[in-house]
Design a protein around this ligand. Sequence first.
Ligand code: MG
Length: 336
Amino acid sequence: MTVHIASKITKLQLNHPFKISRRATDAYREVISVEIDGGIGEAAPAKFYGETVQTVETALENLSSAFGGNLDEIQDVMAGIESTLGGNYAAKSAIDMALHDRLGKKLGVPLYKLWGLNPQKTPCTSFTIGLDEPSVMAEKALQAEAYPILKVKLGTSCDIEVLQTLRNVTDKPIYVDANTAWTPKEAIEKIHQLAQYGVELIEQPTKPDDIAGLKYVREYSELPIIADESVKRASDIPALAGAVDGINIKLVKCGGLLEALQMIHVARAHGLLVMLGCMIESSLGITAAAHLTPLVDYADLDGNLLISNDPYIGVTLDKGKLILPDRPGIGVLTTT
Ligand code: MG
C-alpha cells in the first residue's frame, strides 16, 4: 500500500528583517508542511545545507510512489527512506515529524510521553537578536523583555561594541553565535574580550570543516564552544569530541526527531553539552523539537517568536521556560 504525502508551502513573515554574518537580510522565510495519514510535520530548509522548499517538494514527489509500509514502525519507515532518498534532510525531517505526530495521535499521547520524558524538565529558550547596528540590537534587546536569555548574532568588526552597547541596557545571560565568521586567532581574541561582558557560551566561532581550528579555539577559550554548522548528524559527533564543549542539534540538519534523539545520546556518550536549535519556523516545527528539550542543556527554540503570521499554536512560554502542550502527538492547533 502506498501512502499519499500532501505538502504545502507557507511564507512566514518576519517581525524584524533578520540578518546573520554570512547572509543578506531576510524579510520573510518559506517553510513547507506535510500531512501523512492525519499526522503533520514541517521543514524549514536552509540554502546553506543545500535545500529549499522546492528541493523538499521535489523530494516528496519522488518519494510518494515508494512510500508505504506500516507507518507505526517509524524506525523502519525512516530507514527505508534513507536508503531510497539520499541527502534531503529537511524533507526527511518533515516526514519523520508527521509520522511521530500521527503515532502520538493514534495512541492518544503527546510526543514527550512516547519517549518517557518529564515535561517539567524543559529549559528556558533563548531569544535571538539578529545582526544590526549596535544601537538597533540594543533596542531589540529592550523589546525582548519577556525572554530571560538572549542569543546574539555576531561576526562583524563591531562585535565588542555590540556587547558594550547591550550591557548598557541588559544584564541577562547572553549566548553569542558567530555563524562561522571568525578565524581561529580572531576568535580567541574576541572571546577573551566577550568573556568580560558576561557571555555564557560561543556558538560556531570558525569555519565548519576546520575541526583543528575549533580545537585550537577551545584550548584558549574562557567560554564553552558549541558547534552548530560543523555538526549535522550523529555520525559527525565523534570527530568533534575534544574539539568543542557541545553541539547544537537542529531537526532540518539531521533529518528528524529519531536522528535528533540518537544525536543526544551520542553527544552524552562523548561528554558533550547539548543545545536544541531551530531555523525560522512556525509553532509546528518548534513544538515538535520542544518535546525533546527535557533531555538537553540549552534550548534555542525561538523561530516562532520571530514571525507575525504563525499558522499554529503549540508550545508556549512561562517566563521563557518552554511549556509543552499535553494534547496527543505534537499537540498544535491551527490558528485559522
Ligand atoms: Mg547557530
